[in-house]
Ligand binder design. Structure first.
Ligand SMILES: NC(=O)c1ccc[n+]([C@@H]2O[C@H](COP(=O)([O-])OP(=O)(O)OC[C@H]3O[C@@H](n4cnc5c(N)ncnc54)[C@H](OP(=O)(O)O)[C@@H]3O)[C@@H](O)[C@H]2O)c1
Length: 195
């Protein structure tokens, strides 16, 4: 997912900084897209994307610098080991748990229903631009993420407050089932007729 974002962002001309726990891997990706790399990459960022497994997300964000006032896009799905379900839900979500860990940041859930193959441009669904559902409590942060999603080639759709991540995360599990379990492949994405 990080690589897919990196290539799409590079094409927009926006500046990009990449942080990974494997410095060489991060530097290689950064070099391939003309980005920078380093330690406190959040310092100058308008938007921070956390693209680790959910179980690593809170720890990984601790490594990128001060997140006060930063817009964080949470793309994670808190999947069970066999990818058939979620490790949390109903009364909370990955996005809400990350927001609780970083109350000084503005969490926005988005892109969790987009397969990496689509983000990376390797799978192209029929039917035009793919919808990205965007949920968050801060109006300006959500607008920024909707604009970002549009800029990198998706159709942004407002999915309401951050607690609607409780609905978007199970939707991703259904998408995984349809793509892998039911064998429809990765050129699919959830979309609503008429929306
Ligand atoms: N794959 C999809 O189709 C898809 C779709 C929607 C959402 N998502 C979500 O997107 C996230 C990333 O998925 P992915 O498929 O891109 O996973 P991935 O290929 O396994 O990549 C995860 C990345 O996170 C890094 N990482 C793990 N722990 C870290 C830590 N503590 N600090 C810094 N970096 C850390 C890994 O580093 P190393 O390279 O050093 O291991 C790796 O680069 C997941 O939360 C997933 O649920 C995935």
């Amino acid at each position: 997912m990080a690589s897919g974002f990196a290539h799409r962002v590079a094409r927009t001309g926006n500046s990009l900084a990449i942080r990974g726990r494997d410095a060489k891997k991060a530097a290689d990706l950064a070099r391939s897209v003309g980005a920078t790399t380093g330690e406190r990459v959040a310092a100058d960022a308008d938007i921070v994307i956390v693209a680790t497994p959910y179980s690593d997300a809170i720890a990984a964000l601790r490594q990128v610098g001060d997140l006060t006032g930063k817009v964080i896009i949470d793309i994670t799905n808190p999947l069970t080991a066999d990818y058939s379900g979620l490790t949390l839900g109903f009364t909370t979500s990955a996005a809400e748990e990350i927001q609780k860990a970083y109350p000084q940041a503005k969490l926005v859930k988005a892109f969790n229903t987009i397969f990496a193959q689509i983000l990376g441009g390797h799978s192209v669904p029929a039917g035009g631009a793919v919808p990205v559902y965007v949920a968050g409590d801060d109006t300006n942060a959500k607008e920024a993420v909707k604009n970002f999603a549009t800029e990198i080639g998706f159709k942004a759709r407002d999915a309401g407050p951050l607690k609607n991540a409780r609905l978007l995360e199970p939707l991703a599990v259904l998408n995984i089932y349809l793509g892998y379990g039911a064998g429809h492949g990765t050129a699919i994405a959830p979309a609503w007729l008429g929306l």
